[in-house]
Design a protein around this ligand. Structure first.
Ligand code: UD1
Length: 363
């Protein structure tokens, strides 16, 4: 049996790491098990890629397609062309993709057209918002995949509603949380950046095109963030896309000049989780961070109109506030005033999702 595992962008790496490890353990008994790791190169900066491989002890990829950045069509097409050659050469029995980035969809389409079976990890998440490129990637991937591993029962229900045969759907749990549970003590023990004390700062991440690509939206978000920073220092590890836009809109110098907003380069996995663990709250437009904060018990204010991860709002620490600066301010001030609600951790986010996935694939 030959498995070809695909990772392409930053949020993929923590999802693939425990699956690689679960396969490594099984390979000790199963001599005819062949597992290859492929990196599409969608993310390529050391701070967006290599640091995660080092922190999470992910083996160096067997293959790197080196596709880099581009428009959606360019990036997707480059992945498809290069991945097709790999599939024709390697002839895997299964391709395994994770998450919802362009690489996920591109490799799924390519493999299926060559008659290769596809497993999708983190299937069934839906924001119902077709302006998000990730929603298109999720829909295309899930309609084609042969085995769909879900993180929660809401995702199972979404897939069933879309007509996916129940026997293809497996409620496995969350491999990103496998990684979090394995590494959080190591992350928590790291020193905080100078001048910060545990519980005395907020973390900000912002990178969605819908939030950062339009001057007016970005300015108005930073209006709210400045007001929050007047009460608590805000640490902001910034995505390269966001730094590019801040520069373009003439906001970068202003933000760098603010004492209470600390702009950092993107952080690798351990320092980032260390920061979140010790923070008072997180302000974000990321998907995965909504889940990590729920497990860590840190209040999360999500600056998006919708979420594909509603379970984090239903039982976790996540509050969806959209991009209205008044709502963002009010939610943050409520947290700072001690108004937090009880939260719990979703079922099967227990550190064993990758084992369940590998067992199902080998069965
Ligand atoms: C991608 C994913 C998104 C995920 C995000 C996490 C898609 C459609 N989007 O968005 O779901 O939340 O990754 O980061 O797949 N860049 C660099 N260095 C890099 C990579 C990117 O400088 O290593 C810059 C380039 O200017 C590039 C831009 O970031 O054009 C956007 O990168 P891209 O991979 O297209 O999408 P992300 O915004 O990172």
């Amino acid at each position: 049996m030959k498995f070809l595992l695909v990772a392409g962008a930053r949020p993929n790496f923590m999802k693939i790491a425990p699956i690689m490890e679960a396969f490594r353990k099984r390979r000790e008994d199963l001599k005819n098990l062949d597992v290859l790791l492929l990196h599409t190169g969608q993310h390529y900066d050391p701070k967006m890629s290599d640091g995660f491989f080092e922190d999470l002890h992910i083996p160096q990829p067997d293959i790197n397609l080196g596709v880099g950045s581009g428009t959606h069509a360019q990036q997707t097409a480059r992945v498809m062309i290069a991945f097709e050659e790999v599939c024709m050469r390697e002839r895997p029995d299964w391709v395994l993709v994770v998450g919802d980035v362009n690489s996920t969809m591109a490799c799924t389409i390519t493999a299926k057209k060559l008659g290769i079976r596809v497993a999708h990890v983190e299937a069934g998440l839906r924001s119902w918002d077709m302006s998000m490129p990730e929603e298109i990637n999720r829909l295309c991937t899930d309609v084609l995949a042969d085995l769909l591993f879900t993180t929660d029962p809401i995702a199972d229900a979404n897939l069933r509603r879309e007509g996916v045969a129940p026997e293809k759907i497996r409620f496995a749990g969350n491999t990103m949380i496998d990684t979090l549970l394995l590494h959080m003590d190591r992350a928590r023990a790291l020193p905080l950046p100078g001048g910060l004390r545990a519980g005395g700062f907020a973390v900000l991440t912002l990178h969605r095109p819908g939030n950062v690509d339009h001057r007016q939206t970005l300015c108005s978000l930073f209006g709210a963030i400045r007001d929050i920073a007047a009460r608590i220092p805000v640490v902001f590890p910034a995505h390269p896309r966001t730094v590019g836009r801040l520069k373009e809109f003439g906001l970068l110098d202003q933000i760098q000049g603010e004492n209470s907003i600390r702009l950092l380069d993107p952080l690798s996995y351990l320092p980032f989780i260390g920061l979140v663990t010790h923070s008072r709250m997180v302000l974000t437009d990321s998907g995965g961070i909504q889940e990590e904060t729920t497990v860590l018990g840190v209040p999360c204010i999500t600056m998006r109109p919708n979420t594909e991860r509603p379970i984090t709002c239903e039982i976790g620490t996540n509050i969806l506030v959209g991009t209205d600066p008044d709502r963002i301010r009010a939610a943050a001030m409520a947290v700072l005033d001690g108004q937090t609600r009880p939260s719990s951790i979703p079922e099967r986010w227990d550190g064993h999702a990758a084992e369940r996935i590998v067992d199902a694939l080998l069965a």
